[in-house]
Design a protein around this ligand. Structure first.
Ligand code: GLU
Length: 492
């Protein structure tokens, strides 16, 4: 399909264009994901473009954090560009617009450095003296080295309406007379966001611009730039804002780490769960499904199903994570194969000071999978598998809750030691032997198992007993039961 065909008819080429001015924001991650879904659903191309022309605000640390966040999500892209390496193209494009008479030089020092200003009288639109400057005068001053900003000559007094159909927000229009003569180049020669973005979108043959709703009104300016460049504008689709529970736009400055992708990673969200959660912020498959695998989301994804209303991320002072995000994470943890889940848990154990062997962690994983909602909860749920010595616990816990006493607990522990000395340490043998032990003592299984569970795990609330004991092994179980016995005796 030739480039002159309408964008909607061409194979999609979409781009994610972050400005590296801070960590990867959850809103940016969602924009990335929606672009990715659109590209992959439609067999198109995903472009990553760093909008890094603002040298004063850009940092290497931010570039690293963006890449780190994107790599963690595990979604790929096909082409990668840096705007800072494309400045010659931006200037060439600005000059082309200028050559057509669609831009002019503004030598006003006060206005020379920024795109938009307002005055006490209302919105600033243009400096008449500059807009009307003759070409000769303009050339003369430029040749004399006077700094200038290059501004778009927005059509005025013609009753022109700028309009486009947004893929999410529908028909949009604005009178050109209400758009200010925005800058294309700053007085230091650097392109503005508007120019660099459109020049690159045109050059990279972007067909669909999918970005945050905060850029909706910029689109009118962008339409003018595309017109100035003599190219068909891409299709636009703006994504609803992400807001805090109080309705305020989610921002790094106001809300801090809860808006950073790495906060979710570090707490132990699975990338697939985080992606699932972000997709539901502003999009839904319209059939009540919430827990979805990436493949399902990709095949269901359309821009028509993106909502217009702001999407609320529910967090509080005490709990930084939306309950839905946590629920989805627990569901994805449960659905994950043990062989895949286990290595994802490893860094959390390392960080907690445990250094489990991969085989041991693989054995422990299925025992805690149902008991954690965040990967970061795993070390606390499984510490007793790795601690050589259990943390002190209250010996009263060893006493069966239902009608038990210390003597009963002691009898259980003593008998368990005899039985366990010879029982093979696998699930079925332990199950059989310990049930037999309970009935030998005339106790219910629940009564007999409590002292054993607390002895080997140090707590009542623990994973299934026989599997746990099989992983811990005979030696450790017997040692802990002996210790528990001593604790009980010390109760007197
Ligand atoms: N660099 C811009 C941003 O981060 C990109 C906006 C756009 O997609 O055009 O907001």
């Amino acid at each position: 399909m030739p480039d002159s065909a309408p964008a909607s008819a061409r194979t999609p080429r979409v781009r994610f264009a972050p400005s590296p001015t801070g960590f990867l924001h959850v809103g940016s991650a969602r924009t990335f994901i929606f672009n990715w879904l659109y590209a992959r659903h439609n067999h198109g191309t995903m472009v990553l473009r760093l909008d890094d022309t603002d040298v004063e605000r850009n940092t290497d640390a931010s570039v690293q954090s963006i890449f780190e966040g994107l790599r963690w999500l595990g979604l790929d892209w096909d082409e990668e560009y840096k705007q800072s390496e494309r400045l010659a193209l931006h200037r060439r494009q600005a000059e082309a617009i200028f050559a057509k008479g669609l831009a002019y030089r503004d030598f006003t020092p006060a206005h020379a450095d920024s795109g938009e200003q307002s005055s006490a009288q209302g919105a600033w639109l243009f400096n008449p003296g500059m807009r009307e400057l003759s070409r000769e005068e303009s050339d003369r001053r430029a040749a004399a080295g006077e700094p200038f900003a290059l501004r778009y000559r927005v059509p005025r007094g013609q009753g022109r309406t700028l309009s486009f159909t947004d893929g999410v927000y529908g028909e949009q229009s604005k009178l050109a007379d209400e758009v200010e003569d925005f800058a294309l180049l700053r007085s230091d020669g650097m392109p503005t966001y508007h120019l660099a973005s459109c020049a690159d979108d045109a050059d990279l043959r972007i067909t669909h611009i999918i970005r945050g709703q905060d850029h909706l009104t910029n689109t009118f300016k962008h339409l003018l730039i595309f017109e100035g460049l003599g190219v068909q504008p891409p299709q636009f689709a703006h994504l609803p804002l992400l807001v805090a529970p109080d309705g305020a736009k989610l921002s790094k400055r106001r809300h801090g780490p809860v808006v950073s992708v790495t906060t979710y990673r570090d707490a132990g969200f699975l990338p697939r769960a985080f992606i699932n959660f972000l997709c539901l912020l502003g999009w839904s498959p319209k059939d009540d499904r919430e827990f979805m695998a990436l493949d399902e989301i990709r095949s269901a994804f359309t821009l028509e199903n993106v909502n217009r209303s702001n999407a609320v991320v529910n967090f509080t002072e005490e709990d930084p994570f939306d309950p839905k995000a946590v629920w989805l994470n627990a569901e994805h943890i449960r659905a994950l194969a043990v062989a895949e889940l286990s290595p994802s848990l490893a860094p959390f154990f390392e960080q907690a000071g445990f250094h489990p062997l991969p085989e041991k962690l693989l054995a422990v994983t299925p025992l805690i999978r149902e008991r954690i909602k965040l990967l970061g909860e795993a070390p606390a749920a499984a510490d007793f598998f790795f601690l050589p010595q259990l943390a002190p616990y209250d010996p009263v816990e060893l006493i069966p809750s239902k009608g038990g006493d210390a003597a009963m607990a002691l009898r259980v522990l003593q008998h368990a030691q005899e039985v366990l000395a010879t029982t093979p340490f696998d699930h079925d043998s332990l199950d059989q032997a310990l049930r037999a032990a309970a009935s030998h003592l005339g106790l219910k299984a629940g009564q007999a198992f409590q002292p054993i569970r607390v002895a080997v795990c140090g707590r009542k609330n623990a994973p299934p007993l026989f599997e746990t004991m099989a992983v811990l092994g005979r030696e450790l179980c017997l040692a802990r039961i002996r210790q528990a016995e001593e604790c009980l005796q010390s109760l007197g």
